[in-house]
Design a protein around this ligand. Structure first.
Ligand SMILES: *[C@@H]1O[C@H](CO)[C@@H](O)[C@H](O)[C@H]1NC(C)=O
Length: 392
């Protein structure tokens, strides 16, 4: 099931689903008191965002526009401007409602209905056992999967849910099937968000999730671990963790897919760019909340980019290697490039696709915001192609 681009009608529907959830989860008093405090700035944005949009898109010569604006459609440009504003100025407790189950699932149902689909051809169900929560998607319940993707979503550790990624995840499994896998499956982990818990809770949950996936997989080399942004951080931490744990090291996954990974939580190399919607300041705030008060920011298990030990990275590498997808304009780009070259000097199999003009998590975001089917599926097709080539 691959739906079309998000429309303006979808955006309205999203807000309609969001409003009651805000009231339930944040409460009317907190919502209204934040709103009243933020109102002057919000109202200002009603003018500033369209002004900057017109200024940068129509009054600036093409070559002086930011690389993202050069390639973005009007719709993509507007959405990313709003996201940039939200990321810089909205508190996480508010942002977290946006991508929660209560908003994402009705939104998906709405989009499916708009396409005339009542039940998804691929079924999913929720897993909640022995401390592991998540979503399980499989082509056929009755057969053993021949590949299992184990996925962690992004959202700065404080936001996001697998439900918000459902369209992306369903499309991933469909494409794996199209590419010739007999019975592809995917497990998306629901980990505890900050501030309900900080590191190492999320890493422990990632480990427990892997044990769960192992209990289903007949062969760990058929497992492909993956994540975007903070979800990719968790996978990197997990892979470093198993280097010191022989029982897991002998059951390491076959492949790792890193989409716009947040390699180093606090780094001077994470710098604002003219295109990306992330800001270095907000990233650091989110990052430090994840670290909590007891863990040093340079501990490689919490912030994997701090590990410079080639032997460790060789041991951490999945059997068939890595695939990195990221954008040339990312705030997180410099640290990602550093890790890729480190892995290459450790003689590990690494493929990477750096998208020109690309911003954070575009392989995920473009599934929703892409204009054409090719643009929407670009990232997933690259992932599936590599999976096909390496896991066979
Ligand atoms: C980065 O961008 C944000 C807005 O997106 C801004 O508030 C912040 O001051 C910028 N940081 C630096 C170091 O330029």
């Amino acid at each position: 099931m691959i739906l079309s681009q998000i429309s303006y009608l979808d955006c309205v529907a999203f807000l309609v689903f969001l409003a009651p959830q805000l009231l339930i989860h944040v409460g009317i008093i907190r919502t209204v008191s934040w709103l009243s405090g933020a109102l002057p700035s919000l109202l200002l944005q009603v003018f500033v965002i369209p002004y900057q949009f017109i200024q940068e898109r129509y009054m600036t010569p093409y070559e002086r526009r930011s690389p993202f604006v050069q390639r973005a459609t009007v719709f993509q440009d507007i959405v990313i401007r709003c996201v940039r504003y939200a990321f810089a100025f909205m508190p996480a407790w508010l942002g977290r409602v946006f991508f929660s189950k209560g908003v994402s699932l009705p939104f998906l149902r709405f989009r499916m209905l708009r396409h005339g689909i009542v039940t998804s051809p691929l079924r999913w169900h929720e897993i909640d056992r022995r401390g592991v929560r998540g979503i399980w998607i499989v082509h056929s319940q009755l057969e053993q999967p021949d590949v299992i993707v184990y996925y962690c979503h992004g959202g700065g550790f404080s936001m996001g849910s697998s439900y918000f990624y459902m369209e992306f995840l369903l499309a991933w499994v469909s494409l794996l099937r199209e590419a010739g896998f007999r019975n592809p499956a995917l497990f998306a982990l629901e980990y505890t968000l900050v501030p309900d818990a900080t590191y190492p809770t999320q890493l422990q949950e990632t480990l427990a999730g892997y044990e769960y996936v192992l209990s289903i997989a007949q062969d760990s080399s058929r497992i492909c671990v993956g994540g975007d942004s903070a979800g990719a951080t968790l996978m990197l931490s997990f892979l470093l963790y198993i280097t010191d744990h022989p029982e897991l090291r002998h059951q390491r996954p076959g492949l790792a897919i890193m989409i716009s990974p947040w390699v180093t939580i606090v780094s001077r190399n994470n710098r604002n760019t003219s295109s990306d919607f992330l800001s270095s300041n907000s990233l650091e705030v989110y990052g430090r909340q994840y670290l909590g008060s007891k863990v040093p920011a340079d501990d490689p298990l919490v912030s994997p980019g701090n590990c410079k030990d080639l032997t460790k990275w060789r041991d951490a590498s999945p059997e068939k290697g890595w695939l990195f997808l990221f954008g040339s304009e990312e705030v997180l780009g410099p640290e990602t490039r550093r890790l890729i070259s480190l892995l290459k000097s450790a003689n590990v199999q690494v493929e990477s696709e750096e998208e020109p003009g690309g911003i954070h998590a575009w392989p995920v975001a473009s599934l929703y915001l892409g204009e054409t089917k090719d643009e929407r599926l670009h990232g997933l097709r690259a992932i599936v192609k590599t999976t096909r080539n390496l896991l066979n």
